[in-house]
Design a protein around this ligand. Structure first.
Ligand code: NAD
Length: 773
């Protein structure tokens, strides 16, 4: 079944965010809310406005909001008459939801699916009074806030749900909305909230028991143990303390378990401090200063960076080792972490059979919904099951049955296959995500063709090779180019289909060239070596395009500087929806010299060619130069892959994978599509405009300086850029790609030789920020 149009009822936090995600994916949406008193569209307009203004952005491209038709539930329900799926995201109360479904039954087309975004009302209760037909086409779809950014989508089928309906929604959720799907049982809180919120509340209680501060708990429960920086209390501030309280009360009520918040938290809430939305919660920001709540006195004090002995050493370890090692931190810190690990593990083990269909679903739910880098079962494996049992016993808790069933670990490897403990005992294969290629799986299956500390080459099967960057943040350097060279030759010698360039990481495809190395060489005056390094970079990017086989680059997350230049030189790009692509070199006082400047000039000039040829001279060729100049001089960075098309980093023929997990597999498929009739693209010369263009650009630069908008050094950087884009300061002339590449390289080296550029680089390396000197 094909889902072409979707209705969303309830335009609050979740409904408006879900509508924005759908529209971003290119799906027309009908968004409804209750009628307002004076303006019948008051609530829905407010919801849509909120999505438009949301930061981080809810829409992947602003103009996608046009795909949303709005209405109210009193007058406009018939707008849902031609939708294929309705997502209900109204107030978390049984009666209004039931009433809405009764009305939906009257207006929806026969085939339409209905799902609820409820966080906790049992599906069974929601379905009371509904027809069999409705029941067959109903299920739970639990999105997380904000829907664009949190990967998890919990799917809750009921015993009535038609398998075809389940399949349609899962397929759409995965491919079109890009979500990580986990099936959950119809129980309060499903998987992620039940376990995640429980763990948060226990951390609060254990903070009191071990006499720690909020700053200390957040230092112990963040990246140190593989969880987001926001740890326990910053996360609560982001979610809203009122929301946390509501979810906790609901869970306490429906499960009869201890989901209580201490009195002091309730007092903070009563005092109107609900987190970020009220500008105070567990933390408070005043100007640039951040204050932390002292939970004993309920006063705010300047935030302290806790000095916890042993933490710095632990940070050197890999995550699995670190998760085990921190349990031995000295004094109250180790005691807190041991207790937290014991209580959370015990609860997870005891509840899993009741809430999930298997252990991997639990791990995926917490990784995708709460941003943990390792799921609870993976963590227990890292700590060791004997030690886990010991800690649970030491905390005075009962040993859960599931732990007794495990033979040494929850996951095991058997050759290339990954096995997991089945809930009823014994081991079964981990259900792989269909159409997903994971690097660990390639390693386990012995698919490594060659590897070094900087890069890996893998056989993806069907004649496709993968080049993986292994450096921190995907920083590009000689090690990667050497591997690329090897891979290119390997493909030719073995007559393979083509190459994918991609990797797995939470944040970055590549944050660019290795700046520290560049700065060091510049400071040591190694100009010959630098010139060679830049040339190697240029040759490498050019080779991607010129190779006699297709090369598909698969960027995601931060794709900056050199990372963007590699992307620009792919035959085709398969980009993750969340791709932040930017030629940001001017920020460090340089210009793109791995072919980025050349490529935008050629690309934009070629785009204009049909309008500037012999048939007519309507378009001004300078428009292309100006466009490239603006993109590079302003270091434009896309906030999504969709926006990268607008800027010009992506072009016709490039594609988006909404689901990042599928990126490598989609890129491989792309190579296979291109391979049979592939010949490398032919690129001729273009006309460089020379001094005409240079004069125009310099005039613009000068006026920015006059207006005080840029510094003298920025004038210098912009002038070098203008020179390259004009192809020098002579008359108009025909230029090849290498003519411009040579200019790029020269300008880069000149700028690198200036004190101010070196200061910029040093500042960025130290602070991660831009110095506008
Ligand atoms: P919200 O209060 O922000 O928005 C609810 C919206 O529904 C409001 O705009 C309200 O005017 C509208 N509404 C109320 N009654 C209605 C009715 N009878 N018909 C049409 N519209 C009606 O709430 P929310 O946080 O967006 O939550 C919506 C649903 O999603 C709830 O079931 C909630 O449990 C669930 N949920 C929330 C979150 C979260 O983090 N906020 C996460 C997952 C699931």
């Amino acid at each position: 079944m094909r889902i072409k149009k979707v209705g969303v009822v309830g335009a609050g936090t979740m409904g408006s965010g879900i509508a924005a995600l759908l529209a971003s994916a290119g799906v027309p949406v009908v968004l409804l809310d209750i009628p307002g008193k004076d303006d019948p569209l008051e609530f829905v307009k407010r919801g849509l406005e909120r999505a438009k203004k949301a930061r981080p952005a809810a829409f992947m491209r602003k103009d996608r909001a046009a795909l949303i038709t709005i209405g109210n539930t009193r007058d406009d329900l018939e707008l849902l008459g031609d939708v294929d799926w309705v997502i209900e995201a109204i107030i978390e109360k049984l009666e209004p939801k039931q009433e809405l479904y009764a009305r939906l039954e009257e207006v929806l087309p026969e085939h339409a699916i209905v799902s609820s975004n409820t966080s906790g009302i049992p599906m069974k209760a929601l379905l009371e009074g509904r027809s069999d037909r409705f029941k067959k086409r109903f299920l739970g779809t639990h999105f997380f806030n904000p829907p664009r950014y949190l990967h998890l989508l919990e799917i809750i089928p009921t015993p009535h749900t038609d398998p075809a309906v389940l399949e349609a929604i899962e397929n759409f959720g995965d491919r079109i909305l890009g979500k990580g799907l986990v099936r959950a049982k119809d129980v309060p809180g499903f998987i992620a909230n039940r376990l995640g919120v429980y763990g948060m509340l226990r951390a609060v209680a254990l903070m009191e028991k071990h006499d720690l501060t909020i700053d200390e708990v957040d230092a112990l429960t963040g990246p140190l143990i593989g969880r987001p920086k926001s740890a326990v209390f910053r996360t609560a501030d982001l979610t809203g303390l009122d929301v946390l309280k509501m979810v906790a009360e609901e869970l306490a009520h429906t499960t009869g378990e201890d989901f209580s918040l201490p009195d002091w938290v309730l007092k903070v809430i009563e005092g109107g401090c609900l987190g970020d939305k009220t500008k105070c919660g567990f933390y408070k920001k005043e100007g640039k200063e951040i204050y932390t709540l002292d939970w004993k006195t309920l006063e705010y004090r300047p935030r302290q960076k806790p000095k916890i002995p042993g933490v710095d050493e632990a940070k050197q370890l890999s995550l699995p080792k670190r998760i085990a090692a921190v349990l031995d931190l000295p004094g109250k810190y180790g005691a807190f972490l041991r207790d937290l690990f014991a209580v959370s593990s015990q609860y997870t083990l005891a509840k899993t059979p009741e809430i999930a269909y298997d252990v991997v679903s639990v791990d995926r739910a917490l990784k995708w919904g709460f941003g943990w880098r390792m799921g609870p079962f993976e963590q227990m494996d890292a700590v060791g099951l004997d030690k886990t049992a010991e800690l649970i016993e030491a905390a005075g808790l009962e040993k859960p049955e599931l732990l007794a069933k495990a033979e040494g670990s929850f996951y095991k490897k058997e050759g290339a296959s990954r096995q997991m403990l089945a809930l009823e005992g014994g081991y079964v294969p981990v259900p792989e995500l269909p159409g997903v290629i994971e690097i660990q799986t390639l390693k386990d299956a012995g698919k490594v063709v060659k590897e070094s500390k900087d890069a890996g080459l893998y056989d993806l099967g069907d004649g496709v090779l993968l080049l993986e960057f292994r450096t921190k943040m995907g920083a590009l350097g000689e090690g990667i180019f050497k591997m690329l060279d090897y891979g290119m030759k390997y493909i030719e010698q073995n007559d393979l289909a083509g190459l994918v360039i991609g990797r797995e990481d939470e944040r970055a495809f590549s944050a660019g060239a290795n700046l520290a190395l560049i700065l060091m060489l510049a400071q040591e005056g190694e100009w010959d070596e630098l010139e060679m390094a830049v040339k190697l970079f240029q040759k490498s990017t050019m080779r991607l395009r010129e190779a006699p086989f297709p090369v598909v680059v698969a960027p995601f997350g931060l794709t900056l500087g050199g990372g963007a230049e590699m992307t620009l030189h792919a035959d085709r790009v398969q980009a993750a929806a969340e791709s932040y692509i930017g030629l940001v070199e001017v920020g460090v006082g340089l210009i793109p010299a791995g072919g980025g400047t050349k490529e935008l000039l050629f690309r934009f000039t070629e785009d204009l060619a049909p309008y500037t040829g012999a048939m007519g001279a309507e378009a001004d060729p300078f428009a292309a130069v100006k466009r490239a100049f603006e993109v590079i001089a302003m270091a434009k960075t896309s906030t999504s892959a969709l926006e990268a098309f607008e800027i010009g980093y992506l072009q016709k023929g490039d594609r988006i994978s909404m689901n990042k997990d599928r990126l490598i597999a989609d890129a491989k498929q792309r190579v296979l599509d291109l391979a049979p009739d592939y010949v490398s693209p032919v690129r001729g010369k273009i006309t460089a405009l020379g001094k005409e263009a240079l004069g125009n650009l310099k005039y613009a630069v000068w006026s920015f300086r006059e207006a005080g908008q840029i510094t003298d050094h920025e004038v210098r950087i912009a002038s070098e850029l203008a020179y390259v884009l004009s192809g020098g300061d002579g008359p108009r002339r025909e230029v090849s790609e290498w003519d411009i590449l040579d200019l790029e390289r020269e300008a880069f080296l000149k700028l690198l030789g200036t004190r101010k550029t070196q200061e910029r680089i040093a500042h960025t390396l130290k602070t991660g920020k831009t110095l506008r000197n």
